[in-house]
Design a protein around this ligand. Structure first.
Ligand code: ACO
Length: 332
């Protein structure tokens, strides 16, 4: 029976960025507050006429190149996003852009947990013997939904895409294997973090009114402290449960590669695992919270710069709106 093997990673980030000093001109904030409370120094945002799909396709192509897999060999394209270029979905746009003409393509929405949820979902298609090559892209452009007047949220988010290529391998000892996983959701926590539609889109078409096209708008709402508490409580639990699923103790973990939301959340999770700071992959300073992109983006950088080495065990965890969370232990 085949198991999944991660054989390629890639990422793409827009060139345009906003520093903390740039944000000082928009809202009542300052570099010192943002740096000490979050660890973020700058965040990239889509430039004029740029699309999420363009970066998703670039990230995907880079993952395919590393994996030495032809786009035509891809059986499934999963795009984890909550901010698609097209509300009907982004995955088919990526499929067309990279020429994955034999693939099934669809989106998965689970906010900042989207990439990990997609990773676990993809593994089910491998383990059932349904597909052999799956491309998973995590990408978000939350700059589209940020209220640039809300200093509590606009300082946090950035736009990016990351991708991995998952291949079926009959050898469970092969490198890149997912050896444990865990997922969870709590819809009662939805009130703490959401991006609900509002505006004229909610109006019914009443008798006598002329049919017209109308736009809906959504803005991110976040009760920061509640989400913070949820994150520091849940991340260690999901990692513990993925470790248990892998039959491993926390002492076996070499790297923490988790959702990049706040440096203080990364530090708390690392402390709980007994990992020193140099074993925590963090790129918050450069990119901020890139939602579904943050884990594959961090993984791509750490693999390409040689920090993560073959055989290293990675504890991966995503958490976010829903509320949702998902974790996996990967032997690289
Ligand atoms: N600049 C300056 N002051 C600010 C800013 C800002 N950008 N934002 C808030 N403040 C002020 C507040 O108004 C408050 O002032 P007050 O004491 O006078 O009322 C004070 O700073 C403290 O505010 P808190 O909200 O208590 O600050 P906290 O330490 O909790 O940090 C933060 C806020 C960074 C948002 C933190 O709560 C956090 O990281 N939460 C988790 C976010 C997260 O993990 N999201 C992940 C999921 S995202 C997804 O799924 C899409």
């Amino acid at each position: 029976k085949a198991v999944e093997q991660l054989v390629g990673v890639g990422s793409s980030v827009p060139a345009t960025f906003l520093t903390n000093h740039d944000l000082e001109k928009l809202v009542d904030t300052n570099d010192e507050w943002i740096t000490t409370r979050t660890g973020i120094k700058k965040r990239h945002v889509l430039g004029k006429d740029e699309t999420l799909g363009q970066h998703a396709a670039l990230a995907a192509q880079r993952a395919l190149e590393m994996a030495k897999v032809d786009p035509k060999e891809v059986d499934l394209v999963l795009m984890a996003t909550s901010s698609a270029d097209d509300t009907f979905g982004n995955a088919c746009l990526v499929q067309a852009a990279i020429g994955a003409s034999n693939a099934v393509a669809f989106d998965i929405t689970a906010a900042c947990s989207g990439f990990m949820v997609s990773l676990v979902t993809a593994s089910q298609f491998i383990r059932s013997g349904t597909y052999k090559n799956i491309l998973i892209v995590g990408g978000d452009a939350l700059s589209r939904f940020v209220d640039w007047r809300d200093r509590g949220t606009c300082i946090l988010f950035g736009d990016a895409c990351g991708a991995v290529l998952m291949r079926a391998n009959p050898d469970p000892a092969a490198p890149g294997a997912i050896i444990g996983m865990s997922m969870g959701s709590d819809g009662t926590g939805h009130k703490h973090l959401h991006c609900m539609y509002s505006g004229s889109g909610a109006k019914p078409l009443t008798e006598g009114s002329a049919p017209s096209s109308h736009a809906s708008y959504a803005n991110i709402y976040m009760a920061g402290q509640d989400v913070f508490k949820f994150a520091v409580r849940t991340v260690p639990t999901v990692i513990d449960s993925a470790l248990e699923n892998a039959g491993l103790q926390k002492e076996s973990v070499d790297w923490l590669v988790m959702h990049q939301a706040n440096q203080r959340i990364l530090d708390a999770a690392a402390q709980r695992l007994g990992l020193p700071p140099e074993r925590v992959v963090s790129n918050l300073a450069q990119y901020g919270n890139t939602s579904a992109a943050s884990i594959p983006l961090a993984l791509d950088e750490a693999v390409r710069n040689g920090r993560i080495q073959p055989g290293d065990k990675l504890a991966m965890a995503g958490f976010g709106a829903g509320l949702t969370w998902a974790g996996a232990i990967v032997r690289w």
